[in-house]
Design a protein around this ligand. Sequence first.
Ligand code: HXC
Length: 520
Amino acid sequence: MVLRRRVRTKRDDLLEKREAALLGGGQRRIDAQHKRGKLTARERIDLLLDEGTLLEMDTFVEHRATDFGLDKQKYAGDAVVTGSGKIGGRTVFVYAQDFTVLGGSLSEVAAQKIVKMQELSLKNGAPIIGLIDSGGARIQEGVDSLAGYSTIFHNNVWASGVVPQISVIMGPSAGGATYSPALTDFVLMVKGIGQMYITGPDVVRAVTGETVTHEDLGGASAHATRSGVAHFVSENEQQSIDQVRKLLSFLPSNNMENPPYQPSSDPATRTDDELATIVPENPNQPYNMLDVLHKVVDNADFMQVHEEFARNIIVGFARFDGKPVGIVAQQPDHLAGVLDIDSSVKAARFVRFCDAFNIPLVTFVDTAGFMPGTDQEHSGIIRHGAKLIYAYAEATVPKISVLTRKAFGGAYIVMSSKNLTGDVNFAWPTGVVAVMGADGAVNIIHRGEINNAENPEATRARLISEYESQLMNPYIAASRGMLDDVIDPIDTRPKIISALEMMANKRETLPTKKHGSLPL
Ligand code: HXC
């Protein structure tokens, strides 16, 4: 028998090249990545997409730079893995930066790979997700790298409001790598490994003398609670991938589609007796608005956005009778649900996102108004509060509101009020619309009478009681049609579902303009 040597085929070449590409920066760096408790770019994509759906692109792209030793080693695919795939059966585009290749830094060609995904996402009306793990602009490539960021940022802006854009921070996100996520709709960060900053601790120390750790400077906790940059935080990478998949289940693929319907096992007519007693008798006693939300939405399933930032307002996604909505709600349990700078900005951004993607807004109101004081005034509460007014006034999606307790002054106006083009405005019998609370009002309008009275305290108490009984109720606003109905709290869910059904075909367009001038 003659043994024939097998001839190496072109297919063998391909398989070999592909295998090398799968190793990114090599086994040593993959091991280092794992040792830090981090997955590789490809492992992350595998977790994110429905099994076996990745269509990888630009696997064999290599950087072209030759300066500073870059001619010595090239990596197939360079520092980012890109492609399309499915999440929940729907097409998405994805890019995952590969830290094993030159720290995931952005070269000219890495930028071109990302830009290709952005363009395909826009052309095909499908969301784009970036998994970020990058040391920023590739230092050796200078202006070519910076130019790459420019194009990515430009595309982020052009896609804004057309396709959902999501960024997950799974490693360093330094310098230019921060601003693309900042331009996207949602930023998710993994605790302990995701860090975002314009300049790292070394530069901070050199410039300001301040000593700070990577985590304290730009970790998930700092951005979730203080800066508001992060919308979601997670304990580990798997959890953040789960968050992305769940978030997308509420969103349409693009601005021309309606949000995805999911049949609900929760009856549309379900009432809840506990809602009748959830608002305390004492108007100054807090309660947890999340309890209200969990009782009214489908299967108590509410996905909170920006959970740890500006906790005096709650925003997030839920479904009513299977259809996604965006919920904005005051949280009386935190700072009495006051509207301050952070809560105004948080809610305004959420309202604009929902409006851009045809997601109806359901607003729960209980607030004594805007936060007084020099700190807020001097930091620009007027400018920032105006953003929320602007967002609600501009939104053309169905707008439903439920007044559970206080709607005083500017806060009444802002929170989806009828004259700010709220479509359906409900109140519970505990709801109160007034310019201000009884104490403050009586001190202003009856100051003379109180000061001249024989017993000022008794007079003040009588006047407060009169003010409360005459003005502190929902019926004056209801008599003027500014509240459409005062409802039994137990019926809140069926009433909201009926209102959403009634408004399902709402069509309203803004006057022709290039764009408005949002008070930034
Ligand atoms: C080229 C880079 C790089 C970069 C890291 N590497 N960042 N190569 N350009 N920007 C390489 C390292 O040389 C190293 O290569 C490998 O990636 C891993 O980096 P390490 O430093 O060993 O990792 P680690 O200790 O984990 O630190 C990660 C890091 C740090 C925190 C990201 O590398 C770092 O501070 N990098 C620079 C961050 C930065 O300032 N970027 C520029 C920002 S300016 P080897 O071969 O050893 O594996 C910018 C311009 C736009 O982005 C600004 C717009 C606002």
